[in-house]
Design a protein. Structure first.
Length: 588
């Protein structure tokens, strides 16, 4: 039966494929594709873990005291029966050999399928056996975790052939159906594993338009819908699914007519992409000849190539936190960071690179195992520059690596979430100390321009003080909107209140741009507002001439710039600023 699930449109485009549902397990389970030559190894891992649990339970039975309740022995018999069920073993083998799932993923996938079968049983006793199955599976997973601990395995092997969105995927040499991922939620570290574009799109039950799940989806340029609350319960493994990333709609089990309609829309989107690609080498100039700088936001050292292909003239924001995530506390050292920064600089072929220091906390935990309620209020807690200043040794390690990399190219150093003059002074003192430490070691380093993120209302309101210390400013509109409107941008329950066009937000943005231009300092917008084509003309009218966004958004924004007459936009932008309902004026 065809039905639709509504969520938030966060990454445009159409994806059509079979659903891969990632079950929400009580244990942390990694999900990644294996190579065909790894199939037997994964099957053996699953089999060995199962056999180990069987031996463990048999040993428990043998050592059980004579006065133990008979029900306990019967329960162990049930668990042993489930473990020795050949149908379960065959199903896990099939997920590994046919879908190339890793063993843990295969096991939890089959658990979900069987659990639903238990839920549909009329007999209450049989329904309750689902808990036994879950306990058995968790025992197997614990053995797997102890036997093999892959370090942040990718969802696909590094040498896998990645399809473009909408194309078919060949994992084992045979052409297979495109896959779309369905999950309760995905961490930023999980999202980075999509860089190979193994999935044609994804759906999550939670999240907002500027949650980092959504941001990374846009950077990968794949269709996505978040905040689709019932998705992980209503969509089943292998269901045909259409993701309409333009409207925020997920269609499950579509009819042939609906499939044909969305297939046509998908082809239209691909034609539009091809048309925009012709603008890659076109200079970014308004109709009246004003030059506009289009920069790229990137998350990984290897993303520089995509930025160059999109026509970026530099990196306006490298989010270094993704170098630190999912490492179980084993943070990257100075040498590892130095090599990563050098890789970006080399990849940008002499163009400038802006490196932001570590920005973790809130919806970007440093370790995925860290509970979400670790802080009372993560968005207002120890995050970004506060985290760095609380750990000076870690902070200076990063600063030394960036300074050393600056000897190989044009580097700008950007500090996130500054709000107080004392924080600025402490930050600059740490930078000077890092330089002293490099001097003491006789290690070469290069000059860097210093910048501050304006993402807290307090920083926007005292921007002139910031301009005394920094060479450039960068407006992080995602957090600026969040903090101005008191909205958790990762919470779909209040997503409808997240409003870039709120008069208070626009006035703060306008004041920062005006003050920076008056002081002759560089000013850039690097939040999601920069890549929103509905905001391009307004930002131009406010005097912005530097935009930084995900590479996938650059050509669409460039098209808007080429069509704009900046000299005529300033009066209209002022009219928008003076309005109580600026969004209405933006529509015309």
């Amino acid at each position: 039966m065809t039905f639709a699930i509504h969520g938030l449109a966060v990454s445009r485009g159409i994806a059509i494929g079979r659903a891969v549902v990632v079950a929400s397990s009580r244990m942390e389970v990694v999900h990644y594709f294996i190579r065909p030559d790894q199939v037997e190894t994964e099957i053996a891992r699953a089999r060995n873990a199962r056999n180990a649990v069987i031996e463990e339970l048999r040993r428990l039975q043998e050592e059980m005291p004579k006065d133990a309740p008979g029900e306990l022995d019967a329960l162990l018999d049930v668990h042993l029966m489930l473990l020795q069920d050949q149908a379960l073993a065959d199903a896990i083998r099939n997920w590994i050999s046919e879908r190339l799932y890793n063993a843990e993923w295969a096991l939890t996938t089959q658990l979900e399928i069987i659990s639903r079968q238990f839920d549909e049983m009329d007999d209450e006793y049989l329904r309750e056996r689902k808990a036994d199955l879950e306990q058995v599976v968790e025992r197997i997973l614990r053995h797997m975790k102890g036997a093999a601990n892959p370090v942040s395995p990718p969802l696909a092997p590094a040498d896998a052939q990645a399809p473009a969105p909408g194309q078919q995927l060949a994992l084992d040499g045979a052409v297979e159906t495109p896959l779309v991922l369905v999950a309760q939620d995905l961490s930023p570290a999980d999202m980075l594993q999509f860089k190979s574009k193994v999935f044609a799109g994804f759906i999550t039950a939670v999240g907002g338009k500027t949650s980092h799940t959504a941001i990374v989806a846009r950077s990968m340029d794949i269709p996505a819908v978040v905040g689709a609350r019932a998705a992980s319960q209503l969509i089943r493994q292998d269901d045909w699914v259409i993701i309409d990333g333009n409207e925020g709609v997920v269609i499950v089990d579509p009819t042939p007519i609906i499939l044909a309609e969305y297939g046509f829309r998908q082809r239209q989107n691909e034609l539009e992409r091809e048309r925009l690609s012709r603008l890659r080498f076109t200079p970014s100039l308004t109709l009246d000849g004003q030059k506009v700088e289009l920069l790229a936001n990137i998350e990984q050292p290897g993303d520089g190539a995509a930025a160059v292909r999109a026509g970026a003239v530099g990196v306006g924001l490298f989010r270094t936190e993704f170098l630190f995530m999912g490492r179980s506390g084993n943070l990257p050292g100075e040498e590892e960071q130095y090599r990563a920064y050098c890789e970006i600089i080399d990849g940008m072929q002499g163009m400038p690179v802006t490196i932001r220091t570590l920005d973790v906390g809130a919806d970007k935990p440093l370790d995925k195992a860290q509970p979400k309620d670790y802080y009372l209020n993560p968005a207002l807690g120890l995050r970004a520059i506060r985290w760095s200043l609380a750990d000076p040794a870690m902070f200076r390690t990063q600063l030394r690596a960036i300074l050393r990399a600056a000897s190989h190219g044009k580097v700008k150093l950007l500090f996130p979430m500054l709000a107080h003059r004392s924080e600025i002074e402490q930050t600059l003192a740490q930078l000077r100390q890092a330089q002293v430490e490099l001097d003491a070691r006789g290690v070469a380093y290069g000059p860097v321009k210093l910048g501050a993120m304006i993402e807290i209302p307090a920083a926007a309101l005292t921007v002139r003080s910031f301009l005394q210390y920094f060479d450039f400013l960068s407006i992080g509109t995602n957090d600026l909107i969040q903090y101005t409107l008191a909205i958790d941008r990762a919470d779909e329950a209040v997503a409808h209140l997240y409003d870039p066009m709120h008069p208070a937000v626009l006035r703060l943005v306008a004041e920062v741009i005006e003050a920076s231009n008056a002081a002759g300092k560089e000013i850039c917008v690097c939040g999601e507002m920069a890549g929103d084509i509905s905001m391009t003309r307004l930002l131009l009218g406010l005097g912005l001439r530097s935009f930084s966004m995900h590479p996938a958004q650059i050509l669409a924004v460039k098209q808007e710039i080429l069509r704009a007459d900046a000299s005529k936009l300033a009066p209209w932008a002022q009219e928008v600023m003076d309005s109580d309902f600026p969004a209405k004026l933006l529509e015309h």
